[in-house]
Design a protein. Structure first.
Length: 213
């Protein structure tokens, strides 16, 4: 896929494969960095720095974000050491981030990791692709069981939408220029116990510009 609405298919699959190899028991993540024409430059998965391993305990999960190396950090390090690093403008690079559960890509939340957003912006990457959770859309039927509503209309068509008793894990690809990714992360972090504020940029940022392709 090379449309402006989704990353390249082979980059999505590579990110999935990388994330599947993560040893993190809390949340497996995979990241790839590629050129605007879909050439892989670097990849990385999240997890403890070697030789340490995640033990899957509640204590380990509670401090995961502090102990683990994030997938973005490893992908950026790999990109800097890539044999192709001298043959492209870093601003031409995009990053694809995925969350993997049982070998499949699932939707995750919006930009929220400040260390990663800071490093991505400082590296001057072009932008970030996230597979984000779609706004929940539930059916109006009161199906008592199941995740997918099996109600049938007058024409014999099944509803097929998610019921309120089921999980809602659908998602959509969203592209963020690196500057916007950083600002959105600050905004999302500021809704918690920390309030960072939004710095003043040295140049005008156009958040409405189209993603690459």
């Amino acid at each position: 896929m090379t449309s402006m609405h989704e990353p390249f298919d082979h980059m999505i699959e590579k990110a999935r494969q990388v994330g599947e190899r993560s040893h993190c028991e809390k949340s497996k993540r995979g990241v790839v960095i590629h050129t605007r024409v879909g050439r892989l430059v670097g990849c990385g998965k999240n997890g403890m720095p070697e030789p340490f391993l995640c033990d899957g305990t509640d204590e380990c999960k509670s401090v995961c974000r502090y102990r683990c190396v994030h997938a973005e950090a490893r992908a950026l390090a790999a990109a800097r050491m890539s044999k192709h690093a001298d043959y492209h403008d870093v601003y031409e690079l995009d990053l694809v981030h995925v969350k993997v559960v049982d070998g499949e890509i699932v939707a995750s939340g919006p930009p929220s990791c400040l260390p990663c957003a800071r490093e991505i912006l400082d590296a001057n990457l072009h932008g970030v692709w996230l597979f984000e959770e779609s706004p929940a859309v539930w059916c109006n039927h009161r199906s008592p069981t199941g995740e997918i509503c099996s109600s049938v209309d007058a024409d014999g068509e099944k509803c097929g939408m998610w019921t309120r008793t089921g999980k809602h894990t659908t998602g959509e690809w969203k592209f963020y220029p690196s500057e916007e990714f950083y600002v959105r992360t600050l905004q999302n972090q500021s809704t918690g116990i920390f309030v960072f504020g939004i710095p003043i940029p040295s140049k005008k940022i156009d958040y409405d510009k189209e993603p690459p392709r």
